[in-house]
Design a binder for this molecule. Structure first.
Ligand SMILES: [Mg+2]
Length: 230
């Protein structure tokens, strides 16, 4: 039987950068509906789920979590804004080497690709659509599935198992992301982890959290080919 490996990708600053549009759209939604201006600039949202960010903001502004109806309203407004703004975002880009790596791993019979992201599911698809990357990811765990990142990843793995119709041992899962949140959440679940320095952290900073591999970006084909046995 084939030994399948499941790759779970973080989205922001791992696959693409939206050039600040994601944050702008979320900030505008919070300002319009909750009256909290520049909300995301006051916290560090990288590597966090959209729901956990919402609860932190709410607790900061009024000492309790957001109600489900408030969350729905803010997120619906955010998604509408994101969908419009991303089409003309000047600095949107697919990160170096990503498209080539996705094509190579997708074509390989032993690798299966999925998402493990703190973005809402609909927000993920909007962000990936402009780069034509949705086609690589038939399933995923999303920020709309759970508050905490390990739970998002666990759900992503379960969806991968349902998609493949077989169990995937945790050591055959690789969690890939640009923050220590990705690395520690993967480790907590017993997966392998790769840190990529296309976000707020350097290779050295990511390496402090002991991922199985830390790279500058996905154009480092020497390290990646060795790690994945391509
Ligand atoms: Mg990220």
């Amino acid at each position: 039987m084939r030994k399948l490996t499941l790759l779970l990708f973080d989205l922001d600053a791992t696959l693409v950068r939206t050039g600040g549009i994601g944050m702008q759209a979320m900030n505008q939604a919070y300002e319009e509906l909750m009256g909290w201006p520049n909300a995301l600039n006051e916290i560090s949202p990288a590597g966090r789920t959209d729901i956990s960010i919402a609860h932190e903001l709410s607790n900061k502004h009024r000492s309790h979590d957001m109600a489900p109806a408030e969350l729905d309203n803010v997120f619906n407004r955010y998604l509408k804004l994101l969908e419009v703004k991303i089409k003309t975002a000047e600095n949107y880009r697919v990160l170096p080497g990503i498209r080539e790596f996705l094509e190579k791993s997708e074509a390989h019979p032993d690798y299966v690709l999925g998402l493990g992201t703190g973005n809402l599911e609909r927000g993920s698809h909007i962000k990936l659509e402009r780069g034509d990357l949705n086609r690589f990811f038939p399933f995923g765990g999303f920020g709309s599935d759970a508050v905490l990142r390990p739970d998002v990843l666990r759900i992503g793995i379960e969806r991968g198992e349902a998609y493949l119709e077989c169990a995937i041992p945790r050591e055959q899962v690789v969690v890939i992301g640009d923050t220590h949140h990705d690395i520690t959440a993967g480790k907590q679940l017993g997966t392998k982890t790769i840190g990529v320095a296309t976000g707020p952290y350097s290779v050295e900073q990511l390496a402090e959290h002991e991922p199985d591999l830390a790279i500058q970006d996905f154009s480092d084909t020497v390290s990646l080919d060795k790690f994945f046995n391509f």
